[in-house]
Design a protein around this ligand. Structure first.
Ligand code: 4AD
Ligand code: MG
Length: 431
């Protein structure tokens, strides 16, 4: 297949090509008619001039409605005022299907309406740009780990047990019993780290989150590296280099899309490792000073996350050593003070909130067994996980980066629902 795509127009200057695509817009002024066509890779203007294009095609133009599908042939020429730098002098137009009146018009629509028409909304330029940035973020994520010898280690989606607490589990019938949709591949990633040294799990994860916020989905994608022999500091170092790589790679490759999204690129250029690191207890003091203090032992919400972003001048910031009692069962306790867990969250600037959660894992069989019991988790379901502590236990650490929150931050979008083709939220299951 040697099909022409609009994004390659510059390689076909002066040549006759065929665009297979859809109507994005049109206007006419008697003897000259302008067609905005899109083919998925870009938008290009086709110019119909009476006498230069086939007479029948010149007439057919008038039938075109928004999003009608078509095949247009003509000659490419430079046009500095057009977005891709080229336009087409049209010779012929073949209509494939005349679209019914298109529900999404250039006028403003409410988000609810757009979400119901998500299957069509993804054609519009802003959504298109955000989803291309998402794709590039995922590509950069894979590149970073692949280039450093991390082995991709897939975790199951149907699981027997919880990773992040039982309150956000989706349960599903499983033959004579039941299963849960995975909240995180971490426990399986730890298996991989003991087998391969360093691995990453990358897949969809599920949380029955009752939270109706701009940061919560019930189904989201998470990448989870896990490394044997890494301690908490190694873990933060890996995380900051990783985030720097993703941001800078996307910036280098997707500046046109980020401009469509009106993202302030200077803010992204600044994102360079190392990132500031503060203990949870220090963070409490900062929050107190900024008027959004919380009592010791409480987690941070949106106001606290925004305040931390401001404090550090637009850099992501690590908060580490949280009170153990607000963290999951698998965290190693700080040997210097067992009230704290060796966990680290990375808080993105400008109120985008926590994009990474992770830390050092408990490696002692006895301590971990006790934690399973204290969290009232069914011991039998964790036996395989505890086995990792019986057969060559080593210190190890890892983290999970939420793809959608990262896309929201890099794109500057104010809600995660626009960062994934089909967002899943409490009241959103269609389309
Ligand atoms: O902090 P979390 O819950 O950490 C874990 O699941 C660990 N087991 C990861 C690990 O150490 N391997 O989730 C990690 C990240 C969060 O920082 C956030 O970016 C994202 O996953 N996340 C969500 N994104 C969208 N909607 C939700 N409901 C999310 N919950 C977590
Ligand atoms: Mg977390």
């Amino acid at each position: 297949m040697n099909r022409f795509y609009i994004e390659n127009a510059s390689k076909f200057d002066g040549q006759t090509v065929t665009v297979k695509g859809w109507v994005y817009g049109k206007r006419s002024s008697g003897k000259i008619k302008f067609l905005q066509m899109r083919d998925g890779t870009g938008i290009m203007q086709g110019v119909f001039v009476k006498g230069e294009c086939e007479d029948a095609s010149f007439e057919e133009f008038d039938k075109l409605t928004q999003e009608s599908s078509l095949i247009v042939t003509g000659t490419l020429r430079k046009e500095p005022r057009s977005p891709g730098g080229y336009e087409m002098g049209v010779k012929s137009l073949k209509i494939h299907q005349i679209a019914e009146p298109y529900p999404i018009s250039p006028k403003e629509h409410g988000v609810e309406f757009l979400m119901e028409h998500r299957h069509l909304w993804v054609r519009s330029s802003k959504q298109h740009a955000a989803l291309r940035v998402r794709w590039e973020i995922i590509r950069a994520i894979r590149e970073f780990f692949d280039n450093q010898g991390f082995v991709l280690f897939d975790a199951p989606i149907l699981t027997p047990s919880s990773c992040e607490g039982t309150s956000t589990l989706f349960e599903t019938p499983y033959f004579d019993g039941k299963a849960f949709l995975t909240q995180s591949g971490q426990l399986y990633g730890e298996v991989g780290a003991m087998a391969f040294g360093k691995v990453y799990v990358f897949g969809p994860t599920f949380r029955a989150e009752k939270s109706k916020t701009r940061k919560h989905l019930t189904e989201f994608w998470m990448v989870e590296p896990e490394v044997a022999w890494n301690d908490l500091n190694d873990n933060m170092e890996l995380a900051e280099k990783f985030v720097e790589y993703v941001v800078q790679t996307v910036l280098a490759r997707r500046a046109p899309e980020l401009k469509i999204l009106e993202r302030d690129l200077a803010k992204l250029e600044k994102i360079r490792a190392p990132f500031p690191r503060i203990r949870y207890d220090e963070a409490l003091k900062v929050l107190e000073k900024r008027g959004v203090g919380v009592p010791w032992g409480e987690d941070f919400g949106a106001p606290q996350e925004s305040a931390l972003g401001e404090e550090f001048g637009g850099m992501p910031v690590f908060v580490h050593r949280f009170p153990a009692r607000i963290k999951a069962f698998y965290f190693k306790k700080d040997p210097e003070d067992a009230r704290y867990a060796l966990g680290c969250d990375l808080i993105a600037p400008d109120g985008y909130g926590e994009i990474i959660g992770g830390g050092q894992r408990e490696e002692s069989y006895e301590t971990l067994k006790r934690a399973v019991e204290e969290h009232r988790l069914p011991f039998d379901d964790y036996q395989w996980y505890l086995d990792l502590r019986r057969y060559g236990s080593v210190p190890h650490s890892g983290f999970g980066l939420g793809v959608e929150r990262t896309v929201a931050w890099i794109c500057g979008l104010d809600h995660v629902r626009e960062t994934i083709p089909f967002p899943r939220m409490i009241h959103t299951l269609r389309p």
